[in-house]
Write a new protein. Structure first.
Length: 144
C-alpha cells in the first residue's frame, strides 16, 4: 500500500497541502448532505440515486479524513489508497473495503444500470456508519 501511496504522490494524484479546517468542514457538510439525499431517494423508491448519493457521502467523508492528515487527492482511486495508508489501524478495515465496494456499485448503477433496493439500503447504512466513525476521529485531531 505504501508503494501505491508514493505512486499517487509522484503522479500528482495526491499532494501535501497542510491541514485546512475549512476544507475539512466543507467535505463533512457535503457528506451529510449526500447522506440525507440518499435517505430521501430511498424513501422515494429511487435506489439508483440512493446508491450514487451514498457513494458520494462516503467519498466526501474519506476526503475529510485525508484532508485532516494534510493531503488532498486528485483521483477516487488515490483517495482510497490514501485513506487506507493514513488510517490503517485507526479505522476498522471494513470501512476501506466498503468504500471500494461502494465505488464499484456506484459505477455499476451509473453506467450499467445495475442496482437494487436492498443494496442501496445497505450502502446508506455504510455511509452513515463511516461518517459517524470519521467525525469522531476528526474531532480527536487538533485542526486549527
Amino acid at each position: 500500500m505504501i508503494d501505491s501511496f508514493e505512486k499517487c504522490i509522484e503522479n500528482h494524484k495526491l499532494r501535501k497541502i497542510g491541514v485546512q479546517a475549512d476544507l475539512i468542514k466543507k467535505e463533512l457538510e457535503s457528506s451529510k448532505y449526500d447522506l440525507e439525499t440518499a435517505e430521501f431517494s430511498l424513501s422515494n423508491n429511487n435506489p439508483k440515486w440512493a446508491t450514487v448519493q451514498a457513494y458520494y457521502s462516503m467519498f466526501h467523508t474519506a476526503k475529510a479524513l485525508v484532508l485532516s492528515k494534510g493531503y488532498r487527492e486528485k483521483s477516487h482511486k488515490c483517495l482510497s489508497i490514501a485513506l487506507e495508508s493514513l488510517f490503517s489501524g485507526k479505522i476498522e478495515a471494513k470501512h476501506f473495503s466498503r468504500l471500494k465496494d461502494c465505488m464499484e456499485m456506484r459505477h455499476d448503477a451509473d453506467y450499467g444500470h445495475i442496482f437494487s433496493d436492498v443494496t442501496a439500503q445497505e450502502l446508506v447504512i455504510w455511509a452513515k456508519e463511516f461518517l459517524e466513525v470519521s467525525e469522531k476521529i476528526i474531532g480527536e485531531i487538533k485542526v486549527e
